[in-house]
Each structure stands twice: as structure tokens, then as C-alpha cells.
Design a protein around this ligand. Structure first.
Ligand SMILES: Nc1ncnc2c1ncn2[C@@H]1O[C@H](COP(=O)(O)OP(=O)(O)O)[C@@H](O)[C@H]1O
Ligand SMILES: [Mg+2]
Length: 386
């Protein structure tokens, strides 16, 4: 193998007749070319090796030698029951409980939460601070484990995964976007390198895809910008590209618009819409920002670690319309139909708005009747508070 200096001298060839400055310039350019060629070669080699590895894994899967995580966790669950999630359901949570203990103090962050998300859905989970949103996201994302309940994601029973299988799950199945951009990326790398780094860490570098992802989030022209050169909204779009780096089936976003203004919020939300409709990625967003409810087709509310009501959008959302930015909060906008929710223990969540309309309140007896196939709830004659 030839020494770098010798190769360099051969490459620049005869430099007689050039000034010292011109010669130095020539050497500098050649050195840069050499370095770039080396990087290209390394990248190509690594990508080829990774493709080979992926092909081997695919072959092993086909022949049954290597099992998918869903296959590994198939069968009886922690409750010793043969349980099967409906085919089109990509996230299934049943009676999820999360108990945190700090010294003698116990906090029930999730109190029997039920949630189903279908493949290809886009859903926002909206609730106040402390309602359990991040806890839920961390459990779906495999960063934390529930104290009790069932959780299946993409056919995988998360309770049955050991720590190393959980890491594999996190790399293969879910992508994360955090509010705090520092948690998503490395500040001194440029946008493209940040996306590539995540791919490399998962052993699946694909430069073309990294470039494509930045195009998809509308940052094709800022690929070489370092994080501090980008605005908050642009950083958040890089974060989305990073979240998608490993082709996750599900993108989880925890307060993705928490640190940006209204206009940027609408831009970020339209990126989520594009990913959802064009790439078929299931998107789950948790936020305290009620404004977002008008920008997603399905909204569920969360309070005290349980799912409350559901809102389903009446029509398809036009992501380019002004409506996305001008929407106002409240249940009377006509944009969504509001639904109650009966959980796994037949508990019905009724929004405060409806309760107060018929003079009901929390912890009171409620008259109940069926009329024309509809359930009626009303204030009984004597309303004895419990
Ligand atoms: N690691 C933890 N240790 C102890 N308590 C926690 C921890 N994480 C969250 N909690 C508590 O659980 C509840 C729900 O928190 P969190 O899921 O972060 O809510 P949100 O994201 O909706 O603001 C809160 O009361 C919070 O203080
Ligand atoms: Mg939170």
C-alpha cells in the first residue's frame, strides 16, 4: 500500500511553472479530493456490508432460522391467556398501570389506561401536564415498562421482551420525536450527519434514504447546516427525519410543538400529515396543546392516567388550508364529532360539558334508560351524593 504523500505527489504531477501559492492551492484541493474519495469508499463498503447483512437476516427469517420479535413473544401472555390483538391494530394497550415510587411516595401515572391505534392512523393524545402522556409514550416506545396491564405493538407483546430484545424493538419498530431538540440530535453535526448517525448506530446506514428523509421534511436545502444554524421549527423537522431514520412503523412524538410558535406548529403538523398519508407511518402525538386537536383526524383526551373522550374529524383535513392555523379550541367548532369512551371495566367517561348540561356532577347517582336504541343518562329525582 502506497503512502498518502507519494500518491499525492503522483496526483499533482509536475508543478514546475506554478507559483508557491498555486502549488499549495493545488495540493489542498487534491488532499480534499482524496479525503472525499476515501470517505465515499468507506461509506460504500459499509453500506454494501450492511445490505449483505440485511439480506442474510431476511433469508434466515424466511427459512425460520431467525424469528421476528412478534414470533418470539407469540403465545400465552403474562396472564396465562391466549390473547390476540385484532389484525389492523398496531398499538394495543389494555388496563395499563404505571406506578412510580420515590421513597415512600407512590404516584400512579397510568391508572388502567385502554387505547387502540389502527395501522396507518394519525392520533393526538391531549391532556394537561401530569396526566400521564410521557409515561404512556415511554411505555409504547419501550423506554419504560408498565407495572400491570397489556401492551402489544405491531404484534409484539412488549411485556415478554428481555432488555436486548427491547433494544431491537426500539431500533426497528418505533421512532421518537422529543420536544427538547437536544434529546434528538447532536449539536455540532450537520442535519444530514445527524440522520446518518442514527442509522449507523442501528447498523443500517443508507445515505440515499438519509438525503430523502431531509427532502421529505422540507429541509433538502439545509442538509449541511449545523443544528445551531437552524431555527426551532427546522430543528424539529430534522428531529422528525431522525425519528424516521430506521423506517419505524410508528412515530411517537412527545410535545413536538411545545417550543415553537403557532405558524411553525402548523408547518410541523403538515409534515406529520405527509408522512402519515404518503409513507403510511402511524403517528401518535401527545401534547397539552388543545390547538392541535384541529390538525389531526383523531383526538383522544387523557386525564389522571386514563383515556377520556374521543374526537373524530368529520372530513379529511386539507393540510394546506388556512383552517389549520385559524382553528379555535372547543367542542363546538363542527370540525370533529365528540365521543365518550367506555373502558375495559365498563367505566364511561363523560366530559364535564355534558354533565353540567343535565345537572350531573362527579360521584353522583345517575338515572339510566334506553329509548329508541339510545342510552339516556339523566339526573334522578333524588340526587344523593355518594
Ligand atoms: N420517573 C418518574 N418518577 C416518579 N414520578 C414520575 C416519573 N415520571 C412521571 N412521574 C409522575 O407521573 C405523573 C405523570 O407524569 P407524565 O407522564 O410525565 O405526565 P405528562 O407527560 O402528561 O405531563 C406525574 O404525576 C409525574 O410527576
Ligand atoms: Mg410530558
Amino acid at each position: 500500500m502506497k503512502d498518502r504523500e507519494i500518491i499525492l505527489n503522483e496526483l499533482i504531477g509536475d508543478t514546475t511553472g506554478l507559483s508557491k501559492k498555486e502549488r499549495a492551492e493545488l495540493i489542498k484541493n487534491k488532499k480534499r479530493e482524496l479525503k472525499e474519495a476515501e470517505i465515499r469508499k468507506h461509506t460504500a463498503e459499509r453500506e454494501a456490508a450492511e445490505k449483505l447483512k440485511a439480506a442474510q437476516i431476511a433469508e434466515e427469517r424466511k427459512s425460520g432460522k431467525r424469528k421476528t420479535l412478534a414470533e418470539i413473544t407469540e403465545g400465552r401472555d403474562d396472564y396465562e391467556q391466549d390473547f390476540k390483538v385484532p389484525d389492523d391494530t398496531v398499538v394495543y394497550c389494555e388496563n395499563l398501570v404505571k406506578l412510580y415510587k420515590i421513597g415512600d411516595i407512590e404516584v400512579m401515572a397510568l391508572q388502567g389506561l385502554d387505547l387502540s391505534v389502527k395501522n396507518g392512523e394519525m392520533v393526538a393524545i391531549i391532556g394537561n401536564s401530569g396526566s400521564g402522556k410521557s409515561t404512556l409514550m415511554n411505555i409504547i416506545g419501550g423506554l419504560d415498562r408498565p407495572t400491570a396491564g397489556r401492551i402489544y405493538v405491531n404484534g409484539i407483546n412488549l411485556l415478554k421482551l428481555d432488555d436486548s430484545q427491547m433494544l431491537q424493538y426500539m431500533r426497528e419498530t418505533v421512532g421518537f420525536v422529543w420536544q427538547n431538540t437536544a434529546r434528538n440530535m447532536i449539536p455540532y453535526l450537520n442535519a444530514l450527519d445527524n440522520v446518518k448517525l442514527v442509522m449507523q448506530m442501528a447498523g443500517r446506514l443508507d445515505s440515499n434514504r438519509a438525503n430523502e428523509l431531509l427532502e421529505i421534511v422540507g429541509l433538502g436545502h439545509r442538509k449541511k447546516s449545523k443544528m445551531h444554524e437552524l431555527s426551532g421549527g427546522e430543528q424539529q423537522r430534522v428531529a422528525i427525519a431522525i425519528g424516521l431514520a430506521n423506517k419505524p412503523k410508528i412515530l411517537l412524538a412527545d410535545e413536538p410543538t411545545g417550543a415553537v410558535d403557532t405558524k411553525t406548529t402548523a408547518q410541523i403538523m403538515s409534515v406529520f400529515h405527509r408522512l402519515n398519508s404518503e409513507m403510511g407511518v402511524t403517528v401518535i402525538i401527545v401534547t397539552h396543546d388543545r390547538q392541535l386537536s384541529h390538525m389531526v383526524p383523531r383526538v383522544v383526551t387523557i386525564s389522571d392516567g386514563r383515556i377520556g373522550t374521543e374526537f373524530i374529524r368529520r372530513e379529511e383535513i386539507d393540510v394546506n388550508s388556512d383552517e389549520m392555523m385559524n382553528a379555535t379550541a372547543g367542542h363546538d367548532t363542527g370540525s370533529h364529532i365528540e365521543y365518550g369512551f367506555i373502558d375495559g371495566r365498563r367505566r364511561l367517561f363523560i366530559p364535564e360539558y355534558y354533565l353540567s348540561k343535565v345537572g350531573l356532577h362527579e360521584k353522583c347517582k345517575v338515572g339510566i334508560d334506553v329509548k329508541d336504541g339510545k342510552l339516556e343518562l339523566f339526573k334522578p329525582e333524588e340526587d344523593d351524593a355518594l
